[in-house]
Design a protein around this ligand. Structure first.
Ligand code: RP5
Length: 168
């Protein structure tokens, strides 16, 4: 099922290999919502839905997607296979796995052979949130209002850090 959020044609696609990835990937969607980015979110399993994966990648650009955030765990081939079938930038999020804590996911996603890039982020929540922020940074290259919002987001983080007090 596709979850359409924020009015307008989606410019960022968020896909994940299983609904069990949602706990992590919701952090990407939350950032996109905060910034008012038109997006879609859905499950696409590389090994269980290969035909749907191909169709998603092949139509991504013509549908207006500017970036695809793809999260998967274990033998995480979803981001790489999407990247193989589209020139829309793919931002890969390694989802923590049951036995190897996501180190398997990270290595599966980051070690793309030369020629087909997947921008790879940290394992887990931070990676999901940062992938969304990177997608927003891509969009901000042609959207001054969004760039201003992103700058403000950075300033807010600076102010939080400046206000930090140690329990000495
Ligand atoms: C991957 O296998 C998914 O991305 C998920 O991280 C992992 C486990 O999937 P489920 O067995 O929970 O559906 O395809």
């Amino acid at each position: 099922m596709t979850d359409l959020n924020t009015a307008g044609t989606p410019v960022v696609g968020v896909v994940m290999g299983s609904s069990s990835d949602w706990d992590v990937m919701q952090h990407a969607v939350a950032i996109l919502k905060d910034f008012g980015i038109a997006h879609e979110a859905q499950v696409i399993s590389a090994h269980r839905m290969p035909d749907q994966l191909f169709a998603y990648a092949e139509t991504a650009r013509s549908r207006g997607l500017v970036a695809i955030i793809a999260g998967a765990g274990g033998a995480a081939h979803l981001p790489g296979m999407l990247a193989a079938k589209t020139i829309v930038p793919v931002l890969g999020v390694p989802v923590p796995s049951k036995y190897l804590r996501g180190e398997d996911s990270l290595l599966s996603i980051v070690q793309m052979p030369k020629g087909i890039p997947v921008a790879t982020f940290a394992i887990g929540e931070a990676g999901a949130a940062n992938a969304a922020l990177a997608a927003i940074a891509i969009l901000a290259t042609t959207d001054d209002a969004l760039a201003t919002k992103l700058e403000a987001f950075r300033v807010a983080q600076t102010n939080i850090a400046l206000a930090m007090v140690l329990p000495l």
